[in-house]
Design a protein around this ligand. Sequence first.
Ligand code: CMX
Length: 435
Amino acid sequence: MKDLKMILAELIPKEQSKIKAFRELHGKDVIGQITVDMVYGGMRGIKGLVTETSVVDPDEGIRFRGYSIPECQKLLPRATGGEEPLPEGLFWLLVTGNIPTKEQVNWLSKEWARRSDVPEYVMKMIDNIPKDVHPMSQFSAAVTIMNRESKFGNAYSKGVNKEKYWEYIYEDSMDLIAKLPVIAAKIYQHSYRHKTKLCKVSPDLDWAHNFSELLDFRNPEFTELMRLYLTIHSDHEGGNVSAHTCHLVGSALSDPYLSFAAAINGLAGPLHGLANQEVLIWLTRLQNEVGTNVPTEKLKKFIWDTLKAGKVVPGYGHAVLRKTDPRYTCQREFALKHLPNDPLFQLVSKLYEIVPNILLEQGKAKNPWPNVDAHSGVLLQYYGLKEMNFYTVIFGVSRALGILASLIWDRALGFPLERPKSMSTDCLMAFVTKK
Ligand code: CMX
């Protein structure tokens, strides 16, 4: 069997020629207009990035290399006896554009298990962090100092030819993905469980199964949830804060450890990945203030109070999507199958009926529908992973799959240092007036 690196080595020259020919033919074609509002408005809608791994359609949601979430659930290999896709399969798809075989996915599980040892100094550093430091800060710090291991950094300092950059980025990305569950589980233990030793990563288990065991969650249903969770949170095209950050920092030839740590810091923002923590905090406050099983009117008042206090309803809205996020829908389907009577799930379902209408009535949010973060915490709570400050770390472990797959391609395609033009308001005014 050809391994992933061999397959990449065959794919890269083809992709390079395809893009070269495309740019020769269409390099000067205009693909959009930029308005003053777009420049002030978080660059929404500006087409300014190439990301090969996935594309988000406003109405339909994410497609990973052309495959929707239901298609991935159907086509990607599963664990023996499992019903959810294996994240290894999704990574293979993101990197190569092809659905892998079971044999290829098994190879990847073993390869990640083989690379999973985390250096002692990283584990010791986590031990020395105050336990109440936010898990995302611990995660970012651990990944940052681990760049001592970077094969890319080492090769670069020895003057490696730029044609070979991608090979070292690939090695670092594979190492990093392999080690992230161990680091995440170490942080979980350090902050919440206070046990001294993590269990060993097994080459006979898949990546998500090993992660569940490391976290000390042994329920097979939880492992299935992890397989689904780590698959669907992996990638969301290139413009979201975490993906864009990794791409930007990587463009300076910072190694994958530094680029991914930067992405983690972006994911830790409440408007991005930390929203999954914020949703649970908000739901807990709701339950404490108005109780469970409350009449719709009381729920409506709680939502309006949130908005009137100048806050967002976490888990709702999106910068690109204009319909319910399919990542929300598939988590809802998982809940309907495994925990239909859970009171928190029922509350979340009730909010799904109420919040969009209120956001529409308020008339500000362009998308009143729930996103991925509105649902994930409820599932984790059900299986006993109650520490909500840890939720974004799990998101981060998954997000590594997408953004590191993209980083490999960034270097393979020789993308340059990213450096868009910025303007001051005075320059912008002068420019518009002159026009
Ligand atoms: N609750 C209340 N107001 C909201 C809202 C929500 N859920 N979503 C958007 N709005 C408001 C915005 O704050 C903005 O208000 P101002 O005009 O006062 O600044 C207005 O509606 C227009 O915003 P928008 O164009 O619809 O949304 P953006 O593209 O600017 O922002 C997002 C997108 C996700 C940051 C926003 O919808 C939001 O804050 N949602 C809640 C946080 C959240 O769930 N984030 C997770 C997103 C998924 C992820 O990355 O993990």
